[in-house]
Design a protein around this ligand. Structure first.
Ligand SMILES: CC(C)(COP(=O)(O)OP(=O)(O)OC[C@H]1O[C@@H](n2cnc3c(N)ncnc32)[C@H](O)[C@@H]1OP(=O)(O)O)[C@@H](O)C(=O)NCCC(=O)NCCSC(=O)C[C@@H](O)CCCCCCCCCCCCC(=O)O
Length: 719
């Protein structure tokens, strides 16, 4: 797993060989240890170069090994042996040097990087810290403040930035390996001590305590309960306050604590789940490996509302040529200005030129004759969307892919009005579409594998985490949201306040509680949907009592709030009060408290004390229960897809792994028991009725999440 060669007479060349990213598995660590020992012992070898095969230096420790008992030589002594040796060792960094890979390079005496290489210590994103000396060597090399920033955020830096920061000594456009071999010969005989980072002091400004305290306050505020960033600051503090060996001791202690934590397991699960969802498969046997995407060079977006603008920006940023269609001239002009402004703003941040030349605006659908793929993003109205699809079906070239950006309407119904239902697919973007990482790719019953591959491939080009989902009302994300929202409203009826519910959810790790999110999105959105569904407004069945609809419990509270003109942030009042219309700072509103009190009196509800635990159990377990139903109905490939949808689209805290992972962590028997309890107390809420899949899993001893698929009724898969 590490190749040894002697080149140019006196240079030992050690090459890491563990594709695809040369992760430091036990075998690689053994290979490096043996090769370094050999090089240091061989009198003919005067200097050493360490590089990686296939243009990648090293992606760090082998994350897959973390779940298994440790074997092979540990990293810390292996890196120390390199640093302590009496021959200069040069790291030749191509591709990436991440995590343990960068730590290995920091143990070398010199670092040479290719100009396209990136380096970083992303351990914090896996719930860990750089525990092979990274928290002790990097501050000694580049100083306290930049090291703190890189270690607590896990940010990757380019070779150019690494050179400026002093992480690497040279950057080359040619082969880093060749330059390193040449360099390794030039430095033979030069004093090595100043290059051994463990022997150096961390360069610190006089206000070192302030810097550390501010960093700690910053990470605590941002971390939303994640422990690793806090541990990273503690470890770097040790690099300032303690001698190297004591600092290393501290690093190991902190790592031991993080290593077995549920947060680290959740974050590492997310790392693999994010990659797993890209490898989609359908019940027909088609999968990402055997279905070829169609080439897409020219795309179109129909509708320049908020979603259409964001999608247009995302497509242009990915380098696609885009025709943006908006039939309303005023809206077209407004959209044009907004899209240009967004592209310019983005380009400015990247120090680049905005690609406005890739855009063409029109009011005329017939200009779509030559587009390869069209994304319809008109108002969420089935009749309107059908009209658009009918037209598209006749004006677009016969093999053009037709996508709908609906957040929950029936993709098959739309496909049925076209002459090419097999070329129709849902692409559910999340607002703002050029920022949010999630894309639900909705498979209609007739969407062809090729079209699924095209939509998934396009998602990847746009930098999205794309998840294949089935065509059911609300798809996966919004479908699961309904029971969550219902429970939040029921809690208000029973005695909670918006701030109590939101407080519990934010404490759990959501960036915003459910009521703040509703205020941000606009309360009229749900109001309109409820009216259309006959849950409120003139279409309500007159036989339905006020707090029951269609045979189940219903809370009219959100309707009452809307009827008062409280539409959320945009009107300056919603579940909270804002300083002005469009204001963002939410304060609890005594008028809402009064509304809730009056409501309870009117309906004879005696308010009770509600604690955070009940808020979390009712809101989250109801959502999770629907997640099990989604799996049971065959609307998602597996729990990983659901989890990535919630992490990337709904603010579920990544360090809790997503709802299905969380359920597994809490314990399925516990989730089942609490749902059964709440169902007894609220028999009129069908969402609290535990799903049969959850019951089946518990009866079968709660198998680990990666075995849940075995308990799904495969023939029912809708994918
Ligand atoms: C490297 C990348 C940038 C490549 O990206 P790209 O898009 O090209 O490709 P993919 O991301 O799709 O990856 C391809 C393929 O490779 C897999 N993979 C990638 N990286 C790793 C890895 N590090 N390990 C294993 N596998 C990896 C990926 O899953 C794909 O596989 P697939 O099957 O889907 O094809 C990009 O991949 C990337 O960013 N990778 C992660 C980089 C990273 O995070 N590195 C840091 C790793 S953690 C680390 O290095 C830790 C070290 O600091 C220290 C370790 C010390 C350990 C000591 C432990 C002591 C514990 C003591 C406690 C004991 C307590 C007790 O007793 O209980």
């Amino acid at each position: 797993m590490a190749r040894y060669a002697q080149v140019q007479g006196s240079v030992a060349l050690i090459t890491l060989t563990n594709p695809p990213v040369n992760a430091l598995s036990a075998a690689v660590r053994l290979g490096i240890t043996e090769a370094v020992t050999r090089a240091l012992r061989d009198p003919k070898v005067k200097s050493v170069v360490i590089c990686g095969e296939n243009g990648v230096f090293c992606g760090g420790a082998d994350i897959r090994e973390f779940a298994k008992p440790m074997t092979g030589p540990p990293l810390v002594p292996m890196i120390s042996a390199i640093e302590e040796g009496d021959k200069p060792v040069v790291a030749a960094i191509e591709g990436v040097a991440f995590g343990g890979g960068l730590e290995l390079a920091l143990g070398c005496h010199y670092r040479i990087a290719h100009s396209k290489a990136r380096v970083g210590l992303p351990e914090v994103t896996l719930g860990l810290l750089p525990a092979a000396g990274g928290t002790q060597r990097l501050p000694r090399l580049i100083g306290l403040a930049p090291a703190l920033e890189l270690i607590t955020t896990g940010r990757h830096v380019t070779a150019q930035e690494a050179l400026k920061l002093g992480i690497v000594d040279k950057v080359t456009d040619q082969s880093a390996q060749d330059l390193a071999i040449q360099f390794a010969q030039e430095v033979i005989g030069q004093p090595l001590l100043p290059r051994k980072l463990s022997t150096q002091l961390t360069p610190c400004p006089p206000d070192v305590d302030t810097i550390l305290d501010e960093a700690m306050a910053r990470v605590k505020q941002r971390a939303r309960g994640a422990m690793a960033p806090v541990a990273c600051v503690q470890a770097v503090r040790a690099a300032v306050n303690l001698p190297y060996q004591a600092g290393m001791q501290k690093e190991q202690e902190l790592m031991a604590f993080l290593f077995r934590s549920s947060q680290a397991r959740a974050l590492q699960y997310c790392f693999f789940a994010q990659r797993a969802v890209g490898k989609w498969s359908l019940s027909s046997g088609a999968h990402s490996g055997n279905s070829k995407p169609r080439p897409v060079t020219k795309a179109a977006v129909i509708g320049l509302g908020t979603m259409g603008r964001g999608i247009t920006v995302a497509l242009v940023k990915a380098g696609l040529s885009v025709v943006a269609v908006e039939t309303n001239k005023k809206q077209l002009e407004m959209g044009k200005q907004m899209v240009s402004a967004m592209l310019k703003h983005d380009a400015q941040k990247m120090n680049a030129v905005p690609r406005l030349d890739l855009l063409h605006y029109t009011t005329d659908l017939s200009e779509l004759k030559n587009t390869d793929l069209i994304i319809e993003a008109v108002f969420e109205d089935m009749a309107l969307k059908k009209e658009v699809f009918k037209k598209l079906s006749s004006v677009c070239k016969p093999d053009a892919v037709l996508c709908t950006n609906t957040s929950g309407l029936d993709v098959d119904e739309l496909a049925s009005v076209t002459k090419r239902p097999e070329l129709v697919v849902g692409m559910h973007f999340f607002a703002p579409a050029h920022v949010m990482k999630l894309l639900e790719v909705v498979r209609g019953s007739r969407s062809s594998p090729e079209v699924m591959a095209t939509a998934m491939h396009l998602g990847k080009r746009l930098g999205k985490v794309s998840v294949v989902v089935g065509n059911c009302s609300g798809f996966v994300g919004n479908r699961m949201l309904r029971p969550y929202l219902d429970q939040a409203n029921f809690l208000l009826e029973e005695g909670a306040t918006p701030e109590l519910v939101d407080g519990a959810l934010e404490e759990f790790g959501f960036p915003m509680g459910v009521f703040k999110v509703s205020d941000l999105s606009g309360l009229d959105v749900g109001w309109r949907i409820r009216k259309e569904a006959g849950l409120t407004g003139p279409n309500v069945d007159p036989k339905d009592p006020l707090r029951r609809r269609q045979g189940r419990r219903y809370s009219p509270l959100p309707d009452l709030v809307c009827e008062q003109g409280r539409l959320g942030q945009k009107s300056g009042r919603g579940w909270y009060l804002y300083d002005k219309p469009g204001g963002r700072v939410a304060t609890p509103d005594p008028d809402i408290h009064k509304l809730l009190e009056d409501y309870r009196v009117r309906h004879g509800i005696r308010p009770r004390q509600i604690g955070s635990q009940e808020v979390l159990e009712r809101c989250l377990f109801a959502l999770i229960n629907e997640g099990f139903r989604v799996l049971e109905d065959g609307m998602a490939m597996g729990p990983e897809g659901i989890d990535m949808i919630y992490v990337f689209g709904y603010g579920w805290p990544r360090h809790r792994g997503g709802p299905m992972f969380y359920a597994a962590m809490v314990g399925l028997p516990r989730v089942l028991e609490r749902l059964e309890y709440y169902q007894q107390v609220h028999p009129d809420v069908p969402h609290l009725q535990p799903s049969s899949l959850l019951r089946r899993l518990v009866v079968n001893g709660s198998p680990p999440l990666d075995k849940w698929r075995d308990f799904l009724q495969r023939p029912h898969s809708q994918l």
